[in-house]
Design a protein around this ligand. Structure first.
Ligand SMILES: [Zn+2]
Length: 357
């Protein structure tokens, strides 16, 4: 058994998953991506050296049409995007933000060309994604995917990495997918397996919307293991929704990334506060992960949204800089720890891995 696989198994046994694994399974050879960007981070205007990424918000939505009819690419009024998003990016830039990953997926608003224009005009590094979004009751999964195998779906995602998304020539910098609540459905499980196959062929990291669903997280890690993919390629996305740090510490111990990506204050709509104040939850989970020695696997972000411009629907992306980091400093976090959370972790996270052929 190759060392990487043995290592993965040892870690997985901590999650009680090893007994579920198909130990004798011979892994099918994945398609080999013809392009190789190992050791770089792929932004919408090309690969960059991880050391130059800088302060990064790893889970935001610069453009989104979530809730609207599925469309790919997302259609926008370009002048309105420029007028709305660009000033906000320059505000974030003033706070020290250097890079943003746009997690808006296929069919609910992904638009790489517009992101490339925003990156050029703002000077920020912007990263987009490949993959299909399986949450929201599968509404944004392209119809054809239901009749395709995981290998066929992965082939399309790998093609986006090799040749660019649509006809834009713009490459994804990570794989974004999502699963619904409850036990993973057949189609969502297929997306997770397609993500694992894509990781093996391209080295792209996997961000999988999971939320407060520890059983689904364990199921995903089992699927990954079946494909020979180590948990360190996987992210527990929206982990801030988990009320108890124990399953997150367990997943981090196995090697997973933990994305505490819902930093926000209640927002006001029709004169009433909406949504949770997530500050305390983020802080509590972060402190638990720090205590267990996993600060180097935590990502902090807002799941913010800058477009559409309806102010009541916008979710800010400045809370980390303006509120959360000052509190961490007051609680005794060193500048090195702050740097780990905001600069080093995202750089390591988005760095394209060796392909597993
Ligand atoms: Zn999101």
């Amino acid at each position: 058994m190759p060392i990487g696989r043995r290592h993965a198994l040892r870690n997985l046994s901590a999650l009680g998953l090893a007994s579920l694994l198909p130990l004798n399974k011979t892994l099918a050879k994945p398609p080999v991506a013809a392009v190789n960007f190992v050791g770089t981070i792929m932004t919408v205007i090309g690969p960059v050296d991880p050391d130059s990424l800088g302060f990064c918000l790893p889970h935001e939505h610069l453009l989104s049409r979530f809730g609207e009819e599925p469309a790919e690419p997302g259609r926008y009024d370009e002048a309105a995007v420029t007028a709305t998003v660009l000033p906000y990016l320059s505000y974030l830039s003033g706070l020290g933000v250097k890079a943003i990953a746009d997690c808006t997926a296929h069919s609910f608003g992904r638009n790489p060309s517009m992101l490339a224009k925003l990156a050029t005009d703002s000077g920020l590094h912007i990263i987009t994604n490949t993959g299909y979004y399986g949450a929201a009751e599968d509404r944004y999964i392209p119809g054809a995917a239901h009749g395709q195998s995981a290998e066929e779906i992965a082939a399309e995602w790998i093609r986006e990495f090799e040749e660019g998304i649509g006809d834009t020539g713009i490459r994804p910098g990570f794989v974004k997918t999502a699963v619904d609540n409850g036990p993973i459905s057949e189609i969502d499980a297929k997306l997770v397996r397609a993500a694992a196959i894509t990781h093996r062929a391209t080295g792209l990291t996997l961000a999988i919307h999971t939320g407060n669903n520890a059983p689904a997280a364990a199921q995903q890690l089992t699927i990954l293991e079946g494909e020979g993919v180590h948990p360190s390629a996987w992210t527990w996305t929206h982990a801030f929704q988990v009320p108890d740090p124990a399953p997150l510490v367990e997943a981090a111990t196995a090697g997973a990334w933990i994305s505490l990506d819902g930093l926000k204050l209640p927002y006001y709509q029709a004169g009433r506060a909406q949504g949770d104040d997530t500050f305390d939850r983020h802080l509590e989970l972060l402190l638990a992960l720090r205590k267990s020695g996993h600060l180097g696997q935590v990502l902090l972000s807002h799941d913010g949204s800058t477009f559409p411009p309806d102010l009541t629907a916008r979710r800010p992306m400045d809370f980390l800089s303006n509120a959360f980091l000052p509190v961490l400093r007051a609680k005794g976090f060193s500048e090195e720890e702050i740097d780990t959370l905001t600069v080093r972790n995202p750089a390591a996270y988005f760095t394209i891995r060796e392909r597993l052929l």
